[in-house]
Design a binder for this molecule. Structure first.
Ligand code: MN
Ligand code: MN
Length: 278
């Protein structure tokens, strides 16, 4: 019998996140509805709650919170296939795919607030095409971020992630804001945009560093996982993100989410307790 080869016919199904079992049977994989949720859906976001609403985009996945006017979390894959030479599109705009009853944060809603429109999936992580870069400017990918956080320590960590990709790694990144109240360039605020957008108290991020193509089953107890929890305040521009490293367990306690749920629980218990020290 000839060895089974992935045909051009089957490839689109695999790309759509379906697993191929044998030759005839095609069944959905456990939760791999999106490549960006390879490590899991942290809050089991779906379409029944406006405050835990799943947005599945080609470029990233979002668990959105309509009451807070911001994502609870954004999750994305980063590898060399997403990186190219497309310039920054800067087309900040409302996400019209939000369901009715959910306020669509406008591209101009942060104006004069003293907070940046802080990308979760960075513009510079999606430079393979105009479409992919433009998608990062949807306001559902933004939190109200203190300029020193966004432009300093946070940007440095984003740059570091891309150096890992240059070194041949694939990353699965999950990030968000937590809590209420930050300090921007106009001082402290709990909300902006007439109360429609809640300013987070902290910005957190989890980075799983894997060999390309190995997925959740490629995560072992020796897989590097970087997690940070940074104040959403002025004053951290020149701080070192390494000084804000924490365990994934601490972020799970803080947020109530289960990160990396597609990784075996025995492996999670090891890598989620560790604090990166490279
Ligand atoms: Mn940013
Ligand atoms: Mn977990």
């Amino acid at each position: 019998m000839k060895k089974f080869k992935l045909s051009k016919f089957l490839l689109p199904f695999v790309a759509a996140g379906l697993s191929v079992i044998g030759l005839e049977q095609i069944v959905p994989a456990q939760s791999a509805v999106s490549v960006h949720l390879t490590m899991g859906n942290p809050s089991a976001a779906g379409t029944s709650s406006l405050n835990n609403y799943l947005l599945n985009k080609s470029q990233y996945a979002v668990g959105y919170n309509c009451s807070l006017g911001r994502p609870n979390w954004v999750s994305w894959q980063l590898n060399s296939s997403w990186l190219g030479s497309t310039p920054r599109q800067d087309d900040f705009r409302a996400d019209t795919t939000l369901p009715s009853g959910c306020y669509q944060v406008q591209g101009t809603d942060f104006s004069g607030s003293g907070f940046d429109r802080g990308h979760m999936t960075p513009s510079a992580d999606r430079t393979s095409s105009v479409t992919n870069n433009s998608a990062t400017f949807l306001m559902t990918n933004m939190i109200a971020q203190a300029p020193d956080n966004n432009q300093g320590i946070w940007a440095n960590l984003e740059n570091y992630c891309r150096t890992l990709v240059s070194g041949g790694k694939e990353l699965y990144i999950i990030s968000g804001g937590y809590g209420t109240g930050g300090t921007g360039s106009n001082g402290a605020a709990n909300t902006i945009a007439n109360g429609k957008v809640t300013v987070p108290d902290r910005t957190w991020k989890i980075i799983v560093v894997v060999t390309p193509g190995t997925g959740a089953s490629g995560v072992t107890t020796s897989t590097r996982v970087i997690a940070v929890n940074i104040p959403n305040d002025q004053g951290v521009r020149n701080a070192d993100w390494k000084n804000y490293r924490v365990s994934v367990d601490s972020l799970e306690s803080l947020t109530g989410y289960d990160f990396l749920s597609q990784v075996s629980t025995s492996t999670q218990s090891v890598i989620e307790a560790r604090v990166d020290n490279l």
